[in-house]
Design a protein around this ligand. Structure first.
Ligand code: COI
Length: 360
């Protein structure tokens, strides 16, 4: 059982290692490092066969339940190269705890957080040369769990793979830290209360694709999601949480079951509290945002997420009308949160919350 989980190391020879990509042109999620972490679960053994092994394809039955019923969950975090070659993670155990919440919702086994964290640290140490040093570049970490049992009857799978793959990345959006253009969808919905919106499960992302494609084809970066029942209340933007500053107050939708409990969202709320910036979690209608844009009390908007960090919103499109936010420029608070988070994440600043963890 996982209480005794040992991690086996299967290392490639030096001459089998891949050539590292150009750090100035990484894109997002297209390059993968030489090794990965893998472990397996079944009812008899629990988590077992943990290993750090070469990055590899899997041999999977076409009947594996992940293909048919979508039992798949994942996380996103990053490793940051700070000064003197020190490597940091940001809130890694919170990420694994959130993965466990997703696992419970999707009837999948919980992870042994301490063991998995140890495995991740060992993997990062082995792959430390892959952690970019170019400005803005990081090593994206993708822990993933999928249902492996070959079985067409609908029930929770009896076996799972958990793996962690690593990808050196640049900015998530082509805009980088420049303001994005957001399309408000009143046709599609991302999630509904009582559904799986608060779990980081693959199906939520598949469900978002059609609206995202339509937004992209219309020249927008991402979709702003409204609630599924009334298409009235703001929920999330693309794959991130969203904040609006109206009349000096920072407003973000509450976690009501249909919204992903983002760690960047939580960090922004906590930093705002520490800095004395009024911040409220409350339901906010799209009409309220439009009215605030019209009477100039909408000062700025920004999205928060691991991949995108802080992403300022410069323009909204709703019912064929466009609304510029802060004259299409990056807002003062978006800049302040971005700078602060990046300093903490790269270990350039002590944080009183102990979010940043040095791992090698
Ligand atoms: C993240 O922000 O890390 C995510 O998981 C979003 C993903 C679509 C890149």
């Amino acid at each position: 059982m996982w209480q005794d989980l040992e991690v086996t190391l299967k290392k490639l020879d030096k001459k089998q290692l891949k050539q590292k990509p150009d750090q100035g042109n990484l894109g997002f999620g297209v390059h993968f490092t030489d090794h990965m972490f893998l472990m397996k679960w079944n009812r008899e053994q629990g988590w077992h066969d943990a290993e750090i092994c070469p990055f590899q394809d899997f041999n999977i039955s076409p009947a594996a339940m992940v293909f048919h019923y979508g039992q798949a969950i994942f996380e996103g975090m990053k490793a940051y190269r700070g000064k003197d070659e020190q490597i940091f993670l940001f809130r890694p155990k919170d990420n694994f705890e959130r993965m466990n919440s997703s696992a419970v919702r999707m009837c999948m086994p919980r992870l042994p957080v301490e063991k998995v964290f140890k495995g991740l640290k060992a993997l990062l140490y082995l792959e430390r040369e892959w952690i970019p040093s170019a400005p803005g570049a990081t090593l994206y970490i993708r822990p993933t769990m999928v249902a492996m049992e070959p079985m067409l009857g609908l029930k929770p799978s009896g076996s799972y793979y958990f793996f962690i793959i690593l990808s050196p990345v640049g900015a998530y959006y082509a805009e980088g830290f420049n303001p994005t253009k957001i399309y408000v969808s009143d046709k599609y919905a991302r999630a509904v209360k009582g559904g799986v919106g608060e779990a980081k499960t693959a199906g939520n992302y598949a469900a978002s694709l059609m609206a995202s494609e339509e937004a992209r084809n219309a020249g927008y970066t991402q979709v702003l999601w409204l609630d599924a029942c009334e298409h009235k209340y703001i929920e999330e933007v693309g794959t991130s949480n969203i904040f609006f500053r109206i009349n000096g107050e920072l407003i973000t939708p509450p976690l009501g079951g249909s919204i992903l409990p983002g760690l960047s969202r939580d960090s922004v709320i906590k930093l705002a509290g520490q800095w004395g910036i009024p911040v409220v979690e409350r339901r906010l209608t799209i009409d309220e945002v439009i009215a605030a844009s019209r009477d100039n009390s909408l000062q700025e908007a920004f999205a928060t997420g691991t991949a995108a960090v802080i992403s300022p919103v410069g323009e909204l499109s709703y019912k064929s009308e466009t609304y510029l936010i802060n004259e299409g420029k990056t807002g003062e608070l978006a800049r302040k949160f971005y700078d602060e988070l990046q300093k903490i994440q790269f270990g350039e600043k002590e944080d009183s919350f102990n979010w940043s963890v040095r791992v090698c």
